[in-house]
Write a protein that binds this ligand. Structure first.
Ligand code: TLP
Length: 361
């Protein structure tokens, strides 16, 4: 049965576009389910236990999306008017509809994101408020690993340790937006718990590089996860026979983690070849996982380029000032990378040449 549409398009927009594998569909069909709001869905319970164990935390809760995972974790830390420390290039700040403010009344202390995806630890420490009635209370420090808008960069373990030290000095917990935490672990060659040991809570996605159709997980201490469950309910994210989708999440965790290095190898090859195309700028060294962000010569209209690539059958994401983004995933292979490179390798230089001719006229 062909369950995939648009097979002719080379879809590098995101690793979210993957379809569930045959094993996932089978597991979904076979899932034993119950009402999760009574705690009685055995498949959801199994997913949560497996997820907690795999990320080295006491407990975990299944949520419909990464966005809900992040905001429910933040709302479990912050009351209205409390403050979260966030990077200015973080996914939470850019792409989550302002949910911490809109839903939680959470104020945000925004700090610059460095090229490598870190936030300067000194700035973090200085941003933590002293206790004064006129100040919001700093209740959480949010970091992101791998870093989406920073070309999938992995935060070094030494950095995670440093942030953890600041956190314990000031008693302000750290939340990790680890949408692609398994990619980070694969790139570092360590188990996820070695990374998450340095944070109090983590959100990770089953629906990104791991190819499940739906869902994310928030993990942390048992007491904290109970508070996240309350927020999930408040946000309308508590489900019923969710085992039907959780079953695919279990298959994702059991079968899709070990293949991630394949995506990283493809992304690095893509980056190395892109860097050689006239009119393209990127630092191939900065590509460590499955995300490739690149810039094009200022004379080329990026939006028009994305359109032209689409006309030729290649889909990429337009990340505005940051550049164009391509993501490798289970549904693209080596031949697809070659085809994508051919298309970009002929389109960008042609547009560059066109702009030079126009400038000379
Ligand atoms: N990222 C998506 C888009 O929203 C950009 C993508 O295509 O990469 N944290 C990070 C670091 C993410 O990359 C994403 C999704 C999320 C959180 C939110 O997850 P969802 O989309 O499930 O709400």
């Amino acid at each position: 049965m062909n369950t995939h549409e648009n097979n002719t398009l080379l879809d590098f927009r995101s690793d979210t576009i993957t379809r569930p594998t045959a094993a996932m569909r089978q597991a979904m069909a076979d899932a034993i389910v119950g009402d999760d709001q009574y705690g009685e869905d055995p498949t959801v319970n199994r997913l949560e236990a497996l997820a907690a164990q795999m990320v080295g935390k006491e407990a975990a809760v299944y949520v419909p999306s990464g966005t809900m995972g992040n905001v429910s974790a933040m709302m479990a830390r912050c009351g209205r008017g409390d403050e979260a420390i966030l990077g200015d290039e973080s996914h939470i700040y850019w792409f989550e509809s302002g949910s911490p403010a809109a839903l939680g009344g959470i104020t945000q202390f925004i700090l610059p994101t460095e090229v490598d995806g870190t936030i300067d630890p000194t700035r973090i420490e200085l941003a933590i408020r002293v206790d004064r009635s006129g100040y919001p209370r700093t209740q959480v420090i949010c970091i992101e690993n791998t870093h989406n808008r920073r070309s999938g960069r992995v935060l070094p373990l030494s950095y995670m340790r440093e942030v953890a030290q600041i956190s314990s000095r000031h008693n302000v917990p750290v939340h990790l937006d680890g949408a692609r935490i398994f990619n980070a672990a694969a790139a570092l060659g360590v188990g996820v718990p070695e990374i998450t040991a340095h944070v109090d809570s983590v959100q990770f996605c089953l629906s990104k590089a791991l190819a499940a159709p739906v869902g994310s997980v928030v993990a942390g201490s048992a007491d904290f996860i109970e508070r996240v469950r309350r927020q999930r309910k408040l946000l309308g994210g508590a489900m019923r026979q969710a085992g039907v989708i959780a079953a695919a999440g279990i298959v994702a965790l059991e079968t899709m983690v070990d293949r991630l290095p394949e995506d990283h190898v493809r992304a690095k090859r893509l980056a190395a070849s892109l860097a050689r195309i006239a009119g393209v700028t990127l630092d191939p060294e900065g590509v460590q996982t499955n995300i490739v962000v690149f810039q094009v010569d200022g004379s080329i209209d990026q939006t028009e380029l994305a359109e032209r690539l689409k006309e030729r059958g290649l889909l990429v994401s337009n990340y505005g000032a940051v550049g164009l983004r391509m993501v490798t995933h289970v549904d693209v292979d080596d031949a697809d990378v070659d085809k994508a490179l051919d298309i970009i390798g002929s389109t960008v230089p042609t547009m560059l040449e066109g702009s030079r001719v126009r400038a000379a006229d």
